[in-house]
Write a protein that binds this ligand. Sequence first.
Ligand SMILES: [Ca+2]
Ligand SMILES: [Ca+2]
Length: 566
Amino acid sequence: MRVSQRIMAALCAGALLVGAAYVASCSRSPAGQAKDPKHEQPDTARPGNPGSPATGLALVQPDRAAPTAQSRAEIIARAWPMFGGRPERNMVNTVERNLPAEWDIRTGKNVKWSAKLGSQAYGNPVVLGGRIFLGTNNGGLYNPRDARKPTRPGEPPVPEDKGILLCLREADGKFLWQAVHDKLPSGRVNDWPEQGICSSPCVEGNRVYYVSNRCELVCADAEGFADGNQGAQDEKYKDATDADFIWRLDMMEELGVFPHNLAVCSPLVVGDIVFVVTGNGHDESHENIPAPQAPSFLAVDKHTGKVLWESNLPGERILHGQWSNPAYAEINGQPQVIFPGGDGWLYAFEPKSGKLLWKFDCNPKNSKYILGGRGTKNEIIATPVVYEGRVYIQVGQDPEHGEGVGHLWCIDPSKARPDHVDLTPVNDNFDPKAPENKNSGLVWHVGGQSKDGKLLWRRGLSTCAVHDGLCYVANLSGFVACFDARTGEKYWEHDTLAAIWGSPYWVDGKVYIGTDSGEVYVFQHGKDKKLLAKNDMEAPVLSTPIAVNGVLYVMTNSRLYAIAYK
Ligand SMILES: [Ca+2]
Ligand SMILES: [Ca+2]
């Protein structure tokens, strides 16, 4: 099952970013001109996080093709335009109400519609302005042109392997357009077969940012060719249902990045900047990093695709690949973009300059990385979440590496000072009250092994959902757990007996989470465990459910379901 590995990473991670180029706002924003990110910020706070720093969501425009009674403010407030919904990446939605806990895809109970995707879908859906965007492969063959050349007369069409960014209509799942990306000739070391696009897009206004299977940061027009061809004019595919690219940044060709087993980042747009993890990593030997000087983290002008700053951290220390997503927040008055590193460290940068603000080692110093997943040192595949000024993150590995010991951290970045940027706990002492940790960023830690060898937490890919003082998270081994967000005290745990790649999603007083065995569990919010329902999806759910405009979207590996009371 090599196939699924990268993908999940994408799912879990889920963010992609692109730079946006030019359009209407371009004339007001000369290329390369750094603007104050706050300049265009709306007064809307994140639905789930009051006080959240706003982003360019103010630029959101309603879908011209699909007039709606919603006001512009409501469209913005109810959208889920990026992995994690908002730059803090918290898997929480406090806006939507009245969502079903139970449905039945066989009888159609509480199923508004469903749509066929590729044969594998990992790029978590996002929704804005009447359109749904997600990453998948070409298994759906939306355009007969993209079939293999028949080898004999009368042969049924066979989809050629390609990366697909799909745009569907929110109202009924109708196919609107697709971005088609050919596979990289270098093969699986850079671009895994049949896994398509694993990046979850970031949509802002009429621009869609994502990372293609070719390690390109892409900015596309949300309207496709329906309103003509804007920006770049060199599209290879120009049918009416093909993507209208505004700009593309080829991170391999232009920056020397060597993506390991597929670049999957879900970008983040804040102000005029797109932030992205490039996916730089090892070659096939897993013992050599071909381009340690190439950037792992990038800040790109969203209007032009030009690189504003880059960092090659963690350079030679990358353990394997890099399949996570950045988060952004203003903490204690300090704006910061938080990048998860392929060495298991978090790195926070000043968003405009790229200056390192703090870092935190999410592995014990005595841990060890061993090829194939047998060791105790992990990378970061989950996405960091910021909630009430604290950062929540767990470590994990490529799911193909199997189960292993894990760690879950709560970090206080306000401990950082210009002369004190390493907030790692001292001497592997994970007691936040220990005198030696006075200046560390440690708030609490769960994980490692007990003295009798019991694993206190296991490797995971899931991003946290933190709400109302509770932190929900799951690990690859299938345990869903609820912790006290301030202390790390565990309130409950549930063993789903299946692998979990996706993340818990808090909405409407419930917590939804999918499993590899094709079930979506629904728990009631609270310190006491209450399983409300278990819904059979008949296919693996490696993605994270999301909710927009009264509809819950659940993506299996080959189909998207819109769940709502009828
Ligand atoms: Ca267009
Ligand atoms: Ca174009």
